[in-house]
Design a protein around this ligand. Sequence first.
Ligand code: HPA
Length: 260
Amino acid sequence: MNALAAKLGGRAPRTAVILGSSLGDLAQAVEDALVIPYTELPGFPAPGVSGHAGKLFAGRLGGREVAVLAGRAHPYESGNAAVMRPAIGMLKEAGIETLILTNAAGSLSPRMRPGSIMLIADHINCSGMNPLIGQHGDENFVPMTDAYDPALRQRFHAAAKAEGILLHEGVYCWYSGPSFETPAEIRMFQIIGGSAVGMSTAPETILARRIGLKVAGLSVITNLAAGIEGASPSHGETKREGARAAEKLKQLVTRFLKDG
Ligand code: HPA
């Protein structure tokens, strides 16, 4: 039994949520929460970038058992695209079947404004990295068609409708960061079919699909991407706008779980 399964005791969540920058509100909403600091979970990321708590909350949300991870490590912190492998692997071993990945992202369209939520339909890996590089065995040729599970996406649309939340859907571009993109890069992402850009999530999706977890992804739009309407994104803006939209994310995920 791994450290997480041991600490969960009798709790048996089947769904885990990884929270993006400043989206920690959702963790506070977990009822009857058992709070486990990442420092007690070997392989979980040490809290680094500001806005991340570095704690796992196991409890109930929308009446369902969940594990909510407040804080992730990003590949840009170390150059290691597989930095979340141990944590995602431990979730799977502890019985998790569905992983909901959330992030803060910049919008590639002036029509998708800050404060919006975008359901990820697919992603484009613009980073040049892949978390499976260096792994051997045929299982690493992971199919990425429908990586963002169509049935889960349908459930998110139904949950959004029930809550009266406008839910966009689009393609997430994974950019390595930590510098923000140039306006020229943003124009390229628009041309190649992107809808939003961010510095996480895609490698976690690849790692999760590798071990057979079902994945859904939600981007909280914190800003227009660089150059759009003159935008020049900053980490401060990401944190501020992320915190503002966190309530809507909480409402959406809670409804998704409740109606699941
Ligand atoms: N670019 C990359 N990552 C981000 C952005 C952005 O504009 N906003 C929030 N995370």
